[in-house]
Structures are given as C-alpha cells and as structure tokens.
Design a protein around this ligand. Structure first.
Ligand code: NDP
Ligand code: 13P
Length: 339
C-alpha cells in the first residue's frame, strides 16, 4: 500500500473516525477543523473529546486550522461536514485548490439532500468544484457508526464513484483488517440510500419509544426500504444498490442502534420531547430531520408513494402524535406487495 496524503475536512465524529482509519493505515493524514480549539486538542492530546470522548486518536493525525496547509499535495480529500455546510466548505476548498493549482480525488462522506434544490451531496460538489481540480469524485457510504469504527468494530462501507480508478484508490487507502471498503459505480443509489435511511431511523426510534417489538420494526424496515428504493429508482439508481451496504446495510445499522443520532431523535420525539429541544440537546447533526422534509417534498413533486416518510414528516413538522401517525399508516387501503 502506497503512502497517500489524505486531507479530511470536518472534525466531527465521522471525519475524525475516518481520519483515524487512514492514519492507522500509515497515511499522512491532515484533519481540518474550523475551530482552533479543536485543532489544538487533537494535536496536543490526540483526543476529540466533544465528538469521540476518551477514545485515543492515532498520533499520525495532524490537525489543521488552515485549509490550504491541510490540502497541499493531498491525493485524496474527504468532505465530512454536515449537508448544510457542504457548499460553504467546498467553496473554501476551491479557493485553496486554485491557489495551489492542484487536483485531488474528492469523496464526500456526508449523508443528506439539500433543502430547496433536492440535490445530492456529490451534485453540490460537482457544481462547486470545477472539474479541472478533480481526479475523481464520489461518496463513502454504508453502515458505519463513528463510535464503532473508532473502537475497531469490523465495518464495511462502499466507495461509490463513476471513476473506478478513484474508487479503487480510496478502497486501497482505507481498507484494513477491521475496515473493508467495497467499490460501487452507483453513486445515486449510494447517496439516496445513505440519506433516506436516516428518515426511517427516526421512525424506528419513535416505534421503539412506544415499546413495539420485532414485527413493527420489520414492517418499518421492509416498507421503508421499498420507498427508499422507489425514490432512488426515480433518479436512476440501480435497485440492487438498496440490497447492499448503503441500502439495507446502513438502514439496519442506523435504525437499530443507540449510536444513531437519528434513532435517538426518534426515541425522544416519541417520548414527547419538542423537536427544537431534541436538536439542541443532541449537539451533533441529525441529518434525517432536514432530509425528511426534502424527501417528503420530492415524493409529492414526483408523485412517488412514500407513506412512511410522510408519516415521519407529519410527526416532525406538523406535531402529529406518533401513535396517530402509525394509525394513519396502518389504516391505508390494503395493497399489493412488490409495487
Ligand atoms: N457520525 C457518524 O457515525 C456518521 C456520520 N455520517 C455523516 O457524516 C456527516 C458529518 O457527520 P458527523 O461527523 O457525525 O457530524 P458532527 O455533528 O459530529 O460534526 C460535524 C463537524 O462539521 C463541522 N462543521 C459544521 N459546520 C461547518 C462549517 N460551516 N464549516 C466547517 N466545519 C463545519 C462541525 O464543527 P463544530 O464542532 O464547530 O460544530 C463538526 O466538526 C453527516 O452528513 C452524517 O450523516 C456518515 C456516517 C457515519
Ligand atoms: O450514518 C450513520 C451510520 O452509518 C450515522 O447515523 P446517525 O447520523 O443517525 O448517527
């Protein structure tokens, strides 16, 4: 394995965990954060306490406040900020790449859709970053809680890109005995699966808060995946992708785990907590809250049946009680499976 220079933009839980994987593989890893205090903590104590508690970070990770120093000579750049910060950070990256006249493989590990435009993260990056600065563009997706990755739980993800060489480079750079990267060319499927599973995970948390067991969970996962797949296919995704890591895999990991911010948000909403309090108390991005609105609007616009997404939307945005939302779902006209 060759030694790569890898810049990670965003030092939240996922950016830091991915930086740690790359540093453990012996790469030169630069972790950029917009907060100087966090950079100091990473460099001085090899910890990121706000996001990863007392889990020690590999000492090969160097924190940077200056994006240009982080990106200089980088082979691979990972964008791991929340969806809502993606364009802003991409614009800063473009300024840097123009200054140093450099091109990179750019991968997003963000899972969301842009409000208003309905764009996927890779679409935002394509719009923001001129092709002359790109040696390949793609996404990293799959069932991968930062809390598990940092503790070396065996984890599988996919690196999806139309550029197979770029995806293989990312695969080689990040794979090891506990972190295994598959390549995939279906970027649309990987992104729709990664973004939409968060909506179903909120629903799963709400179900859990009511004490419902395996039947209800299986119903939610199965029909949730059916509507994710319907939306994905409307955008040209390969339906097989939803049977893979960034589909059913990530849905399972997120909708069953207390590590998931989306699942936990669903539990709290089900317990009657106000949405604004749920967001404030989490202190980390809960992507599914915004994605639910985007997906609900998209479903209406494109006439795609997404009843579970609509139910989660009504709980989040219309203050509908979880039990009432479930009753509405169960009271829909009976139908044929496979449609
Ligand atoms: N956590 C996980 O296990 C996984 C997360 N993801 C996805 O990765 C993305 C990031 O998630 P995660 O790391 O968990 O999020 P966190 O909330 O843990 O961290 C977000 C990071 O982005 C920084 N940030 C926010 N806005 C900006 C901005 N405008 N400019 C620069 N930096 C900014 C935050 O800084 P500050 O501290 O100042 O707020 C923080 O360092 C999400 O889309 C998520 O869905 C995907 C797989 C796993
Ligand atoms: O995407 C994730 C795991 O694959 C993380 O999910 P949460 O954002 O819900 O924590």
């Amino acid at each position: 394995m060759s030694n790569e220079i890898i810049a990670v933009l965003g030092a939240g839980s996922w950016g830091t965990a991915l930086a740690n994987v790359a540093a453990e593989n012996g790469h030169d890893v630069r972790l950029w954060s917009h907060r100087a205090s966090q950079v100091a903590e990473i460099n001085e104590t090899h910890l990121n306490t706000k996001y990863l508690g007392d889990n020690p970070l590999n000492e090969g990770i160097v924190g940077f406040s200056d994006m240009q120093s982080a990106v200089e000579n980088a082979d691979i750049v990972l964008s791991v900020v929340p969806t809502k910060a993606t364009r802003e950070v991409a614009q800063q990256l473009v300024t840097v790449l123009a200054n140093i006249d450099h091109s990179v493989i750019l991968m997003a590990a963000t899972k969301g859709l842009e409000p208003g435009t309905y764009k996927r993260v890779s679409e935002m990056l394509t719009e923001e970053v001129p092709a002359k600065y790109l040696k390949g563009l793609g996404v990293i997706s799959g069932p991968s809680h930062a809390e598990g990755v940092i503790k070396h739980d065996p984890t599988l993800v996919s690196a999806a890109s139309k550029d197979v060489v770029a995806a293989e480079k990312v695969q080689a750079a990040f794979s090891n005995q506990v972190f295994r990267v598959y390549t995939n060319t279906d970027v649309i499927g990987a992104e729709i699966g990664g973004a939409l599973k968060n909506v179903i995970a909120i629903g799963a948390g709400a179900l859990a808060s009511l004490g419902y067991d395996a039947n209800a969970k299986a119903a939610l996962f199965t029909r949730g995946l059916a509507e994710i797949s319907r939306l994905g296919q409307a955008f040209g995704a390969n339906p097989i992708t939803f049977m893979g890591l960034s589909g059913v895999g990530d849905l399972f990991a997120t909708a069953t785990s207390v590590h998931s911010r989306n699942f936990r948000a669903g539990v709290q909403l089900g317990e009657g907590k106000k949405l604004s309090d749920v967001i404030e108390d989490m202190g980390m991005v809960i992507e599914g809250i915004s994605t639910t609105k985007v997906a609900h609007e998209l479903a209406q616009k494109k006439h795609i049946e997404m009843p579970i997404t609509s139910a989660v939307y009504r709980v989040l945005y219309d203050n509908v009680d979880v039990k009432e939302a479930i009753q509405t779902l169960m009271g829909r006209p009976v139908s044929q499976e496979g449609k």
